[in-house]
Design a protein around this ligand. Sequence first.
Ligand code: NDP
Length: 328
Amino acid sequence: STLPVNVTVTGAAGQIGYALLFRIASGQMLGPDVPVRLKMLEIPQGVKAAEGTAMELEDCAFPLLAGIDIYDDPKVAFDGVNVGLLVGARPRGAGMERGDLLAANGGIFGPQGAAINAGAADDVRILVVGNPANTNALIASAHAPDVPADRFNAMMRLDHNRALAQVAAKTSTPVGDITKVTIWGNHSAKQHPDLTQAVIAGRPATEVIGDDAWIKDDFVPTVAKRGAAIIDARGASSAASAANAAIAHVHDWVNGTPEGDWTSVAMPSDGSYGVPAGLVSSFPAVSKGGAWEIVQGLELDDYTRAGIDTSVAELVEERDAVQELGLL
Ligand code: NDP
């Protein structure tokens, strides 16, 4: 009886796409009663592999899967999109300068933003996963002037979940007992993971951990460099955990965050916490009525303030670089 939700996934034939599509089709992202129509976007070389994934999706006979289409043209892939997961991106090649990387991604996320502007549904929500995710989201949003900027998010949820996992392991606490962890800033090694507000089973996390040196010298770098550690161990970058985080992000955006907790979301700054307005930067956020609200009024100690400032400075540099390249 409910109309299917149009979900567009870019880079659909990639590693993350493969870990993501089956979970969307099974109802884990939007809920067990919400039918979905999958629109898979790939570059022409990726279309054949996407067709193989589509065959497997069919063979799962998911009751909620109302249709699958594969495209190599963003204009059609984003027509009518309600939820867009922008996963496909240009990875940094050997010897590639940052400017080349930003330019290559501008060539992907600019046209995708324009296609979203032209064809998206009124309730569209876009989550950028492909790196550099924050700046790619900024580029896409800049090319979609008719879509409210707050509908463009970049994914911090994997960093957030990595932080939860480290705290759980350190304190032998179930993950479900840990709340109010925050990742600030950019999805990069310069992110700022923050436990100053975190609570473990009703007690301040800093008190339970009781080891400031562990937080600064172990926790923060471990979370920030976890992606590289996974590549070392697995011989490939994290895919299932990235897909899991994307599912959780969109689920909470649409359905709300649990009472008494928040999550970490990169969204256009409104100037909160001194982050320049418009930068797509990560904040503690709750979702209410289908929209994110930045958690306000947190007191920042000097260490947190400095960590945020360092990460935001990197975002400013990225923004200035894409501006110079004419990508905004
Ligand atoms: P993955 O599916 O592994 O990764 C896709 C993107 O997600 C990369 O930019 C990657 O960044 C990023 N990412 C963000 N967070 C994480 C994380 N925590 N762990 C790992 N990756 C993360 O890449 P594949 O190469 O397997 O697949 C990419 C697909 O996208 C290919 O099939 C390609 O054809 C397609 N593509 C499609 C485009 C389009 O639809 N227009 C455009 C470009 C590519 P990082 O590189 O930094 O790890």
